[in-house]
Design a protein around this ligand. Structure first.
Ligand SMILES: Nc1nc2c(ncn2[C@@H]2O[C@H](COP(=O)(O)OP(=O)(O)OP(=O)(O)O)[C@@H](O)[C@H]2O)c(=O)[nH]1
Length: 451
C-alpha cells in the first residue's frame, strides 16, 4: 500500500505483538501511519503512532448503562469487546470458533441482512451499527439489552399487559355492544310506545261515543273526533280551552252543575243534557262522568262520555204520545186523564180551591156512523175536539174517554163557571167554529150533559 503525503493510515485493531506473540495481558492496539515530507514535497520519513485501544473499549463500555451490554466485532464477526473476555481476539489467538457467526448464527445472519438496525431475538433486544473505519475495514458495534430490562420499557409487549389490553378491548367491545343494544332496546321501546299511543289515540278519536276530558271547573282539555263530528266541528276545531257549559243549553244547567259536583267528589254520575251543535241545533245526549282522583284527593282527570240519544228521545216521546194520547183527536187518553185528574185532586186537597169537571157525549153518534160511515164519524170527533180545544185555557184538561165521550177538567172553576163553559162548548159545537175548526154539521152535543 502506498501512502500519499498528507494521508493517514489507520490499522485494524489488533493486539500488540511481542516477539511474534501477543503481548500478555493482551493490549489492543490501533496504529496510525503518516508519510512525512519537507516543504518541497520530498519524502522525509514515516510517522507511526501506536494507540492503546483499552481506553477506547473502556469508554465504549461506560457509554451504556448497566442495563445494556456493548460489544464490538470486526467485519468477520470476531470479538474485540465481549462480555466473555476469553472470546476476544480469536483471529489473533487461533480461536476460529470464537466468532458471533459460530456462537449465534441466527443473530449473525440477521446482522448481515442490513448495515444497521434493531432486532429482538430470543427475548433480547439488539441494536447494531457498522462503523467504517477505513476503506477496507469496518467494525460492528452491537448493543444487547436483556429481555427483563428492555421489557421494563416495553410493557406493552408483556403477556399480562397484552392480556390486559385484550381484556380492555373485549370490555370496551362489550360495553359498546351493550350501549348499542340498550339504545336499540330504547328505540324499540319508544317505537312500541308511539305505536301504543297511536292505537290509543285512534281508539279515543274513533270510539263509538264521544269523549270529553274536563277539569273540575268544567274546562274542556280534550274532545275526541267522534264528538267533534257529532257536533258538526272540524277535526282542527279542538274546543279545548272552552267551558263545557258553553255547549250546554240553559235548561240543562242544573244537571251540568250536579255533573261537575260529582266529578270533584270522585263520584260517577249519568244524566241527560241538551247541548248545542255548531249550527245551533239542540242535541239530547247522555253524559256519564267518572273521575281520576289523586292521592291528595284532588281531581286529576274528569272523563265524560257523551252519547247522542236524540233518536232515542224522539222515540220515547213518540211512545209517550202513543201511551198517553188518543191517536184520532190528539187529546189525552183515559189513562193520561186519570193521572192528570189524580194530580189535580191532590193539588186541590193540598191548596184548596175549586175544580169543575165536564162530561161530553155526542147524541146519536151511531146514526152518523151508520149513515155516513166511520170516516165521517172520525172527522166529526176530530172537529169537536178542535172546537173544544180552541175554547179551553192553557191549564184545562180535555180527554177522550172512549167512543164519542169526552171529559174536561177546569182547574180553578166552580160549578157555575163549569156550567157556563159547558154551555159555551155546546153553543160552539152547535154554531160551528170557523175555518178548519168548524164542527161537522151533522152532530150536536147532548143538552143533558153539563158540569
Ligand atoms: N167513527 C167512529 N165512531 C166511533 C168511534 N168510537 C165509537 N164510535 C161509535 O160511536 C157510537 C156510539 O154509540 P152509542 O153508544 O149508542 O151512542 P149514541 O149513538 O150517540 O147514542 P146516545 O149517546 O144514546 O145518543 C157507536 O156506533 C160506535 O161505533 C170512533 O173512534 N170513530
Amino acid at each position: 500500500m502506498a501512502l500519499e503525503p498528507g494521508e493517514t493510515y489507520l490499522s485494524p485493531m489488533d493486539l500488540n505483538m511481542e516477539r511474534g506473540e501477543p503481548e500478555c495481558p493482551p493490549r489492543p492496539t490501533l496504529r496510525l501511519v503518516r508519510r512525512l515530507a519537507d516543504s518541497q514535497g520530498q519524502p522525509r520519513g514515516i510517522l507511526v503512532l501506536n494507540y492503546s485501544a483499552d481506553k477506547l473499549l473502556a469508554r465504549l463500555r461506560t457509554l451504556f448503562s448497566d442495563l445494556d451490554q456493548p460489544m464490538l466485532l470486526n467485519a468477520e464477526g470476531y470479538w474485540m469487546l465481549s462480555p466473555v473476555a476469553e472470546d476476544t481476539w480469536g483471529w489473533l489467538l487461533g480461536r476460529p470458533q470464537k466468532t458471533l457467526k459460530a456462537q449465534r448464527p441466527a443473530l449473525w445472519k440477521r446482522i448481515q441482512a442490513a448495515p444497521d438496525g434493531m432486532l429482538a431475538l430470543e427475548g433480547d433486544l439488539f441494536s447494531y451499527a457498522r462503523l467504517k473505519i477505513s476503506p477496507s475495514d469496518a467494525w460492528i458495534v452491537l448493543i444487547q439489552t436483556r429481555s427483563p430490562d428492555w421489557h421494563v420499557g416495553a410493557v406493552y409487549l408483556r403477556p399480562w399487559f397484552q392480556a390486559l389490553i385484550v381484556g380492555l378491548f373485549a370490555m370496551a367491545a362489550a360495553l359498546v355492544y351493550f350501549v348499542i343494544a340498550a339504545g336499540e332496546q330504547r328505540r324499540a321501546a319508544r317505537e312500541a310506545e308511539c305505536r301504543q299511543l297511536a292505537q290509543f289515540k285512534d281508539l279515543y278519536d274513533n270510539a263509538p261515543i264521544g269523549y270529553i276530558t274536563l277539569t273540575a271547573t268544567g274546562l274542556i282539555t280534550s274532545v275526541n273526533q267522534t264528538l267533534l263530528t257529532c257536533l258538526g266541528y272540524r277535526s282542527d276545531e279542538k274546543l279545548s280551552g272552552q267551558y263545557f257549559s258553553q255547549l250546554v243549553s240553559n235548561a240543562s244547567r242544573r244537571q251540568l252543575s250536579e255533573l261537575l259536583a260529582s266529578l270533584s267528589a270522585g263520584e260517577d254520575m249519568q244524566c241527560r243534557l241538551v247541548i248545542y251543535r255548531k249550527n245551533g241545533e239542540p242535541l239530547t245526549v247522555l253524559c256519564s262522568v267518572s273521575s281520576l282522583i289523586s292521592e291528595a284527593n284532588t281531581l286529576m282527570v274528569g272523563r265524560c262520555s257523551v252519547l247522542d240519544i236524540s233518536q232515542q228521545v224522539a222515540l220515547e216521546q213518540s211512545l209517550e204520545r202513543l201511551a198517553y194520547s188518543d191517536p184520532l183527536t190528539g187529546l189525552a187518553n183515559r189513562r193520561h186523564f186519570d193521572e192528570l185528574a189524580y194530580r189535580e185532586i191532590k193539588r186541590l186537597q193540598r191548596e184548596g180551591g175549586s175544580l169543575a169537571a165536564l162530561a161530553l157525549d155526542i147524541d146519536r153518534f151511531k146514526v152518523v156512523n151508520d149513515t155516513y160511515g166511520h170516516d165521517i164519524g172520525d172527522e166529526v170527533l176530530k172537529s169537536l175536539a178542535d172546537v173544544c180545544r180552541s175554547q179551553l185555557r192553557g191549564g184545562d184538561i180535555m180527554a177522550r174517554f172512549g167512543g164519542e165521550e169526552f171529559t174536561i177538567l177546569l182547574p180553578g172553576a166552580d160549578a157555575a163557571e163549569g156550567r157556563a163553559k159547558a154551555e159555551a162548548l155546546r153553543a160552539g159545537a152547535d154554531a160551528g167554529g170557523s175555518g178548519r175548526r168548524r164542527p161537522h154539521p151533522l152532530y150536536g152535543i147532548d143538552r143533558r150533559g153539563g158540569a
